[in-house]
Design a binder for this molecule. Structure first.
Ligand SMILES: [Zn+2]
Length: 276
């Protein structure tokens, strides 16, 4: 599933190819995404110019304008969505649901086998869109810091892992990176959030940023392949310390990495390196 680093990598890969480009036409083959693709997507986007791409959490926002249109398209990749730019036309596969043809001949193609993604209008003021309005700060925002996380967790008996995966508290920390950041910070994922000191939460903030930045960096080095590819390429991966390593040895202490479930999500940890 694309997480924040994959979405940010997608954004960075698309910006130089799409910014300032005029849209010739749009083709929607299947409107049945998580929510129906608006029926006026084609007519309103045709002839518009793409201004820029923003990211909020795992949402992409494409600014488009033309006469009397100053809008944002809100895109979420869901579980299996990908956006690729093709320089040469290639036959569409059965999961290629949306195509945006640019006047320069390039084609932006959206594929999504499981169709949990979305393409929606977000208006001129995208931040107030219902899907975005209640999101917490971005992990890289100054507003996401030790004091903030400390006050947001007081009195909470929920696990620290479920708290940092709560998009209302901090947006875009998915399961993989929550597991990895908690390992790096030496915090057991099932620790009650309200019991953690401001110092330990500060370390967690730093490690969330570090692991996301490394993943974005890892993706950045493969942007070219990723954006060009028309095949079903997997997402890049960091060398995970705990995620997906149940039963394998912790690289720090040699103990077995364990797995449990927390809030229905697979939760990996080293019981020696990570303290409650
Ligand atoms: Zn260990």
């Amino acid at each position: 599933m694309p997480e924040l680093p994959e979405v940010e990598t997608t954004r960075r890969g698309l910006i130089p190819r799409l910014s300032g480009k005029a849209i010739r036409s749009v083709l929607v083959r299947d409107r049945r995404l998580r929510w129906p693709v608006p029926t006026d997507l084609e007519s309103r986007l045709s002839g518009a110019t793409i201004q820029s791409l923003h990211r909020r959490g795992k949402y992409l926002l494409v600014s488009v304008n033309k006469a009397r249109l100053d809008e944002h398209v809100l895109i979420h990749l869901g579980m299996t969505g990908t956006l690729r730019v093709l320089e040469e036309p290639a036959p569409a596969g059965k999961h290629d649901h949306i195509e945006v043809r640019l006047k320069d001949g390039q084609l932006l193609r959206y594929a999504d086998p499981r169709r949990f993604g979305c393409w929606l209008w977000a208006g001129r003021d995208w931040a107030s869109h219902p899907l975005l309005a209640s999101l917490g700060p971005e992990p890289f925002d100054a507003a996401f810091n030790a004091a903030y996380l400390h006050s947001a967790t007081r009195g909470r008996s929920a696990s620290i892992k479920s708290v940092i995966m709560n998009a209302g508290i901090v947006t875009g920390v998915g399961n993989i990176y929550a597991n990895e950041a908690l390992f790096r910070a030496g915090i057991h994922p099932l620790t009650r959030a309200g019991r953690l000191s401001v110092e330990r939460l500060g370390e967690l903030v730093e490690q969330i940023r570090a692991v996301l930045a490394e993943a974005i960096e890892a993706g950045g080095s493969s942007i070219r392949d990723y954006v060009q590819s028309d095949g079903a390429s997997g997402w890049f991966q960091l060398r995970y310390a705990v995620y997906g390593r149940a039963g394998e040895a912790c690289r720090t202490c040699g103990a077995d990495i364990r797995v449990t479930r927390d809030a229905q999500r697979a939760t990996f940890f080293c019981s020696r390196c990570q303290k409650r």
